[in-house]
Design a protein around this ligand. Structure first.
Ligand SMILES: Cc1ncc(COP(=O)(O)O)c(C=O)c1O
Length: 353
């Protein structure tokens, strides 16, 4: 792999005390291209614009997939990725469903680790802050027929991030629009899934809600996900999350929370969750907490849920007594190398150069 270092680092322009999500990119990016049936020309180079034909299929038929992952700094300044192999696997599952070539593990992992090593100064120091990493693949053939592209680009870029949501969330249960449907691509990180969610999310934002709680597209009675987060409900001392299916993205954070909770001896259930059950739980006080989880937010608790124009509030619990707060701390402590890593989730970035 070729390495071309920047001569003009932008790190001095970065205000690590005021980080907003995705506003500044680190100095370098990883780039590889798929041509003539193989991946070639892998390079780490300065973050820069890329050139391709306006006819590129990504613009017309939306052949594009991505991942989201993070690098964390520990107290000694060492940098760690969190479960990168899971992102690698999911990336190729997404690519396969969108009829795109899979990326070999050595290209993905080598590119990722070396890029984060070169840009290690871009990983923020503060607890809960991290370098958000975005691997993505786009279709670049410029022949306008509705067929899979022959050529692709794979890139990895990264951006320092702070906390995604500062307050607990106001959630609206969505009964008209759908994020995904059975047999579709909801279980992948296809870029088009996100485009399709923007309009209903904007409508909910205008009504004063932070995020939508997506329901199944056929009956709108079963809960799927919240925005770009998987969801958990803590009810009658059980932690419940919707069973994975092809309309739900199988989250790495969700999977980690399930493992941590089981290890703690919590009763955990993965099953269909009906809206009626949630509303009943909110009415009779048996639903203690609910929260969304994902790489970007880690864990974000819900303040209230709106269903058919009725607003239901969650019981007020002080932060340190919340299950979501304790789980978030456990996860962040592992990510920042502040506690043991019983599942072997941390991957230390060695110094290559
Ligand atoms: C639709 C959707 N659901 C769930 C998640 C959470 O997944 P993960 O925990 O792997 O970030 C994400 C974010 O990646 C997402 O985009």
């Amino acid at each position: 792999m070729k390495i071309e270092r920047t001569l003009h680092s932008k790190i001095k322009e970065m205000d690590f005390k005021n980080i907003s999500f995705g506003n500044h990119y680190s100095d370098h990016m990883f780039f590889s291209e798929f041509k003539d049936g193989e991946w070639k020309n892998s390079i780490i180079k300065p973050f820069s614009k890329i050139l391709f034909s306006p006819g590129s299929l990504v613009f017309h038929y939306g052949q594009a997939v991505f991942e989201g992952m993070k690098a964390y700094r520990d107290k000694k300044g060492e940098i760690f990725l969190f479960r990168p192999e899971e992102n690698f696997k999911r990336f190729n599952q997404s690519a396969q469903r969108l009829e795109m070539p899979s990326i070999p593990k050595n290209i993905f992992m080598n590119g990722l680790k070396k890029l984060i090593d070169i840009d290690r100064d871009w990983v923020p120091n503060d607890y809960g802050h991290s370098l958000y990493i975005r691997p993505f693949m786009i279709a670049t053939s410029g022949i306008l027929s509705a067929k899979p592209s022959k050529n692709y680009m794979f890139l990895i870029i990264s951006t320092p991030v702070g906390s995604y949501y500062l307050n607990s969330l106001k959630i609206k249960i969505e009964e008209q629009y759908s994020r995904s449907s059975p047999g579709g691509v909801g279980f992948t990180k296809a870029s088009g899934n996100y485009a399709a969610s923007f309009y209903p999310t904007r409508l909910a934002n205008e009504q004063g809600f932070d995020q939508l709680l997506w329901t199944d597209s056929s009956t709108h009675t079963k809960i799927e996900e919240a925005g770009t987060m998987n969801v958990f409900f803590f009810m009658k001392d059980k932690l419940i999350t919707p069973k994975a299916n092809d309309s739900i993205l199988r989250g790495i954070t969700c999977n980690s929370i399930l493992s941590l909770s089981k290890k703690e001896g919590l009763c955990v259930e993965q099953r269909d969750i009906n809206i009626s059950e949630i509303i009943e739980g909110l009415r009779n006080g048996e639903l203690q907490e609910a929260f969304g989880c994902g790489t970007a937010v880690v864990i974000s608790s819900f303040k209230m849920i709106s269903y058919q124009n009725n607003i239901f509030h969650f019981p007020k619990i002080s932060n340190h007594k919340r299950l979501s707060f304790r789980l978030k701390k456990k996860l962040l402590d592992i990510q920042h190398n502040l506690s043991e890593d019983p599942f072997g989730w941390r991957v230390k970035i060695r110094r290559y150069f």
